[in-house]
Design a protein around this ligand. Structure first.
Ligand code: PLP
Length: 307
C-alpha cells in the first residue's frame, strides 16, 4: 500500500535556521487535489470501496473541510452528496456557495439536532430507493486513520524524524500517524485545535487502535487552542503572520495553532531541541479565506490590514 502514498516533503532552511531545527514540511495542503488538505487523504481512502449509485451522507460545520472535500470527491466520482451542516463561529459566505457549485445538497440545523437530521435524511433517501452511505463527521473513521498510518510510515521510513507536529481535531490524523510511529523512536505531537487534553487524547488513542496500534501513549497538547475551536487570538495570528512572511501559508483554525507550538520557545525547549522536526501541514486555506471574508464583512473594510 505505501508505494502508492502521495507524500510531498520539503525542507525549509530559512525557518529551520531561525528556529534552530532541521525543519521538514509535509505539504498535505499541496496534494494534487482541489481544496487540498488532510481530508483528501482520509476521504480518498474512505471512498475506495464506493459502490456506484450510493448517496453519500455526512455532517459538519458550515465551514467544514471534511464536508467540502466530500462534495468535491462526490462530484468527481458522480456520487450525490447530502450534508447536514451546523452553524459555527466565524463561518463566512464562500462555503455554502462552493457546496452548491459542487452540486451537493444540504440542510442547516442547530448542533443538538444533528443526529436527528442525519437519521431523517437517511430514512428519506432510503425511502426513494437510494442506497445511503453514512460517513462520520470529519471522516473520523478507521479508513481515515489507516490512510494517515500509511502516510506516516512512508515519511518515517524515508526521513526518520525525531518529532512530527500536527494539528489535531477529531483525532484520526494524529492517531494514524501515532500508529505509524509506534516503536520507531519518532514522537508524534498533536496540537489541539479544540478539545481538552483528556478527551482529545482518548479520541486519538482510539483512532490509533483502528490503524492497528496497541494501547499507546498519546502526546496531545491543549495549550495552543487560543480561545477554542474556530477562535483565534494574538498567538495564532502571530504564528500565521510569521509563517506567511517565510512563504509558509497558514490558517487560523488549524495550521496556525499547530505552528504556534513550534514557534513557542518553551515548547521547542521541552520537545524539539535541535532535532529533525516535521511540521505536517494539514491544509486549511479555505478557513483562512472564510475568516478573512467574515472579518471584512464585520469590520466593513475592503482589505485585510497587515499586522
Ligand atoms: C480536519 C482538519 C484537521 C484535524 O484533523 P483530525 O483528523 O480531525 O484531527 C487539521 N487540519 C485541517 C486543515 C483540517 O481540515
Amino acid at each position: 500500500m505505501s508505494e502508492n502514498v502521495e507524500l510531498i516533503v520539503e525542507r525549509h532552511d530559512r525557518l529551520g535556521d531561525a528556529l534552530g531545527l532541521d525543519l521538514l514540511l509535509v505539504r498535505d495542503d499541496l496534494l494534487p487535489f482541489p481544496l487540498a488538505g488532510n481530508k483528501v487523504r482520509k476521504l480518498k481512502r474512505e471512498l475506495q470501496d464506493l459502490v456506484p449509485g450510493q448517496v453519500l451522507l455526512s455532517n459538519g460545520g458550515i465551514d467544514s473541510n471534511h464536508c467540502r472535500t466530500l462534495a468535491m470527491l462526490g462530484a468527481r466520482l458522480g456520487a450525490p452528496v447530502h450534508l447536514i451542516l451546523h452553524t459555527e463561529a466565524g463561518s463566512g459566505g464562500p462555503s455554502l456557495e462552493l457546496l452548491t457549485r459542487l452540486g451537493a445538497s444540504y440542510e442547516i440545523v442547530r448542533p443538538p439536532d444533528i443526529g436527528n437530521a442525519l437519521d431523517r435524511a437517511e430514512i428519506t433517501l432510503s425511502g426513494k430507493g437510494l442506497s445511503v452511505r453514512r460517513i462520520a463527521g470529519g471522516c473520523h473513521t478507521p479508513a481515515g486513520a489507516q490512510a494517515f498510518c500509511d502516510a506516516g510510515r512512508a515519511l518515517i521510513g524515508q526521513w526518520r524524524p525525531d518529532a512530527v507536529v500536527v494539528a489535531s481535531g477529531t483525532g484520526a490524523t494524529q492517531g494514524g500517524l501515532a500508529a505509524a510511529a509506534f516503536g520507531t523512536g519518532t514522537s508524534v505531537l498533536g496540537i489541539s485545535v479544540a478539545r481538552g487534553e483528556e478527551r482529545g487524547a482518548e479520541a486519538v488513542a482510539e483512532a490509533a487502535t483502528w490503524a492497528g496500534a496497541p494501547d499507546i501513549h498519546i502526546n496531545f497538547f491543549a495549550d495552543f487552542r487560543d480561545g477554542g475551536y474556530g477562535q483565534h487570538g494574538q498567538v495564532t495570528d502571530g504564528a500565521i503572520a510569521y509563517g506567511w512572511k517565510h512563504g509558509l501559508p497558514l490558517d487560523p483554525t488549524y495550521t496556525g495553532k499547530a505552528f504556534a507550538a513550534i514557534l513557542s520557545d518553551g515548547f521547542r525547549a521541552d520537545y524539539l531541541r535541535a532535532k529533525r522536526v516535521v511540521f505536517w501541514h494539514t491544509g486549511g486555506m479555505m478557513n483562512l479565506i472564510s475568516d478573512a471574508v467574515f472579518r471584512v464583512a464585520k469590520e466593513g473594510t475592503s482589505f485585510v490590514r497587515a499586522e
